[in-house]
Write a protein that binds this ligand. Structure first.
Ligand code: RP5
Length: 166
């Protein structure tokens, strides 16, 4: 199946967190490609990946980086595909640097920024699925099931806590 999502991370050191994005897309059976490219170390590779993604019918690009995390913004500058940015906690500033770099895109070139680290890695995948689901009824149903599952889990846990308190 042709990949619908392209995931680019700034370094192979980001992989342990980014496995969460891959796992989540696998849950929804959404095909993706995951690779490493750096906005500053390999700018030409980053551009080529984005242009190839456009040619190959990718729907969403996810960019993840830590420190001065310009990768998602650079990706977004080269395409009108929706770009989701994941700020990673890989510096002494614990992701605050990456968060501000990614979320503070100047007007005109948006990057949809998710939370720092593993939660963001999961949410980026879910947001990508939600975007793709606009044109995919099966995926829409899967997302609705997922929401129902989460609610059931919370109710079950609430029930267990209430029992213990009695
Ligand atoms: C960023 O710098 C990467 O996304 C990574 O989070 C951070 C450190 O990269 P390495 O020095 O581990 O390659 O570009």
């Amino acid at each position: 199946m042709k990949p619908k999502v392209l995931i680019i991370m700034g370094s192979d050191s980001d992989l342990p967190v980014m496995e969460e994005t891959a796992r989540t897309l696998d849950e929804f059976a959404v095909p993706y490609t995951m690779t490493v490219a750096s906005a500053h170390r390999t700018p030409a590779r980053t551009l080529k990946l984005v242009k190839d993604a456009e040619k190959n019918g990718v729907d969403v690009i996810i960019g993840a980086a830590g420190m001065a995390a310009h990768l998602p913004g650079v990706i977004a500058s080269h395409t009108i595909l929706p770009v989701i940015g994941i700020p990673l906690d890989s510096s002494p500033l614990r992701g605050m640097d990456a968060l501000l770099s990614i979320v503070q895109m100047p007007p005109g070139i948006p990057v949809a920024t998710v939370s720092v680290g593993k939660a963001g890695a999961r949410n980026a995948a879910i947001l990508a699925v939600q975007i793709i689901a606009r044109q995919d009824l099966k995926l829409t149903k899967q997302l609705q099931d997922y929401r129902r599952f989460m609610a059931t889990e919370v109710e079950a846990k609430a029930g267990r806590i209430a029992k213990k308190k009695r």
